[in-house]
Design a binder for this molecule. Structure first.
Ligand SMILES: [Zn+2]
Length: 86
């Protein structure tokens, strides 16, 4: 009698876990299918390299600045070109 109750409880826990995993999977599937969910870096402002015109992420770009304005470059090659030109 008692072992039956224990078995029932174990089964209930297993079923509940499976159920929540299923719900999680469905929710994730719904979120993943949204077209706007494909842009993880939304809101991050891209900056333009003035030498070659490539758009770069500010935290990955090389920068020079004089306090008022800051310029972003995709590589040291572009930065050096810009500095040689100026
Ligand atoms: Zn560049």
């Amino acid at each position: 009698m008692l072992s039956r109750l224990a078995l029932f409880l174990v089964l209930a826990v297993v079923v509940a876990r499976a159920f929540w995993r299923l719900v999680d999977g469905i929710l994730e599937g719904v979120r993943g299918k949204r077209p706007d969910g494909q842009v993880p870096t939304r809101g991050v402002q891209m900056v333009r390299d003035p030498v070659c015109g490539t758009f770069v992420l500010p935290d990955q770009a090389l920068t020079i600045g004089d306090g008022r304005a800051q310029l972003f470059f995709c590589s040291s090659t572009c930065r050096d070109k810009f500095l040689a030109r100026a």
